[in-house]
Design a protein around this ligand. Structure first.
Ligand SMILES: [Ca+2]
Length: 530
């Protein structure tokens, strides 16, 4: 907090003359006048005071969040060009001084999606935050944007978020006459990757960071997408597994492993301990029925559970967790969206357009030794897997991560392996949990959803940690059906788990306590980091 006091005093002195005739946010520059800011490599395209209810965020809203009309804010639209090939669009939204909580929140993106995260900005603004989001330097989810534009790939990989952060802080300062007291970053999936990248690369950017389902091990995960698609599709590209067969596997996996954690609650507490084998679902020879798997189907499921390996049998990336195959109607609630429904592998464009410059590249020619080494050499900025978080810890930063144990997109085993890796480098769990905690959610899907408690407020937990020094020993999570809460349970900081006390309803959080267990030795350390 003290880091900005001196600069803040200066800013106050400079901006005391702020014109009283225009609608002013604070002791700073009026909204419209922010368009005249001259920041190197930044063009402020527009600065507009938006009246309450005057802006409806386009695109999908975040499920379960407030969708009431937005309060008034100053909308700044800008473009950053750190290189001649860059075109990074970003927006900064600043509440009027009386509505401002004095804080700044950067928000993350999903996928390779080149668009401003308006819904996440709206959520931040409603909490009183000044907030910023970027399109990461390109438009749309297609990775073709990087073909012949290596600087745009770097913008996407880490640069856009950092520049957005730096510039947004300055714009907020100019608007309010002082820097924000605290800065936070909140993201899930690709946003979780961005969160990890900020903690590793720019330890001073944020006081607190929420990294949900972080896709930070991106090079390895991209190989895993190739492997999973190849394993689940015939030579002609047709899918081996139907949604019905996937649902069958999930049902059997849960039935086999629900009781491993000594509580029959329909949830697998930790799929790494689940020894379910898809072969137990094998059809009678020659048969193919809805209630069983044919030999190619058994083989496909086993390969996705086992994950990608090189020719020596060394793990390149963990498999997808048992129980994640198909647990709901939506394609994102299982392997459909990123694996089985795909006409070609997810992110195959990384190989076609960023690595090999060959639009006709065939995924079945992928070499998990040579090409893996090549990718790491050519695109090292594409991941954020440094396990040494000493600079972030020294800067006073706090990091909360979370992962759903049923996540069918970013395997949670990798998030846990990264945490274990950091703990090893930082000198043990004790030296790690004082600045970085991972909360694992049994039965939760990708960033949200699933049969387990999957709705929680990590930002409040983080604010309490950063601003009041109250570390989160547990975070309350709820599960709802048709808008009605039907199960509550604490999420516990890894490697602790929520254990039923033996008394009371298993649907009530008060019947559970966080219990530290021995962390399973990670046999699949895919977050080696180097
Ligand atoms: Ca269970």
């Amino acid at each position: 907090m003290t880091r900005h006091i001196f600069a803040g005093l200066l800013a106050t002195a400079i901006f005391l003359w702020a014109d009283a005739m225009q609608p002013s946010l604070a002791a700073g520059t009026s909204c419209a006048n922010l368009a005249a800011l001259t920041i190197p490599n930044i063009t402020v395209n527009a600065a507009t005071m938006v009246a309450a209810g005057g802006f409806t965020p386009p695109g999908p809203q975040i499920p379960g969040t407030n969708t009431s009309p937005l309060p008034a804010f100053c909308r700044v639209e800008a473009t950053a060009r750190p290189t001649s090939d860059s075109e990074i669009k970003f927006e900064v939204w600043i509440p009027p001084v009386e509505a401002w909580n004095g804080k700044f929140q950067g928000v993350g993106n999903g996928g390779y999606q080149g668009s401003i995260s308006y819904a996440a900005m709206a959520t931040a603004l409603r909490r009183g935050y000044a907030t910023a989001s970027t399109d990461t330097g390109h438009s749309g989810d297609d990775v073709r944007f990087g073909q012949g534009h290596p600087e745009k790939v770097i913008d996407y990989g880490w640069r856009a978020i950092h520049i957005m952060t730096d510039t947004a802080k300055l714009i907020v300062r100019n608007a309010q006459g002082k820097f924000a007291d605290y800065s936070y970053f909140v993201g899930c999936s690709a946003g979780g990757h961005q969160a990890m990248s900020e903690a590793q690369r720019f330890p001073d950017d944020y006081d607190g960071i929420v990294a949900g389902a972080p896709a930070n091990n991106r090079i390895r995960q991209t190989f895993a997408f190739m492997h999973a698609w190849t394993a689940t599709h015939n030579a002609d590209g047709s899918p081996i597994l139907t949604p019905g067969k996937l649902a069958l596997v999930t049902k059997a996996a849960v039935a086999a492993c629900d009781g491993n954690d000594a509580l029959k609650d329909g949830l697998i507490e930790d799929p790494r301990k689940c020894s379910f084998d898809a072969a137990t679902l094998a059809c009678k020879p020659g048969a193919d029925e809805a209630s069983c798997l044919t030999p190619p189907q058994v083989e496909a499921v086993k390969k996705v559970h086992d994950g990608a390996k090189n020719s020596k049998g060394e793990q390149i990336f963990t498999g997808w967790p048992k129980g994640s195959e198909n647990f709901g109607e939506a394609a994102i609630q299982g392997w459909r969206q990123y694996i089985t429904d795909m006409k070609e592998p997810s992110r195959v464009g990384v190989f076609k357009y960023w690595l090999f410059n060959d639009p006709n590249w065939d995924v079945r020619t992928l070499d998990y030794d040579r090409d893996f080494a090549y990718a790491n050499e050519r695109l090292p900025f594409m991941h954020a897997v440094d396990q040494n978080l000493t600079p972030f810890k020294k800067a006073g930063g706090k990091l909360i991560s979370y992962a759903g144990w049923m996540d069918p997109v970013v395997p949670p085993q990798d998030t846990a392996a990264y945490y274990e890796g950091v703990a090893k480098v930082m000198g043990g769990y004790g030296n790690t949990r004082d600045f970085y905690r991972l909360f694992t959610a049994p039965g939760m899907g990708h960033c949200s959803g699933g049969p387990g408690p999957n709705t929680f407020d990590m930002l409040t937990a983080l604010e309490n940690w950063v601003e009041k020094g109250i570390a989160p020993d547990k975070v309350m999570a709820t599960h709802s059906t048709a808008g009605k809460v039907d199960r509550t349970r604490p999420l516990c900081p890894y490697p602790a788990v929520a254990r039923y006390t033996g008394k009371g309803s298993i649907d009530e959080a008060t019947s559970f306590a966080c219990v530290t267990q021995e962390a399973p030795s990670a046999t699949r350390r895919t977050s080696s980091g180097k």
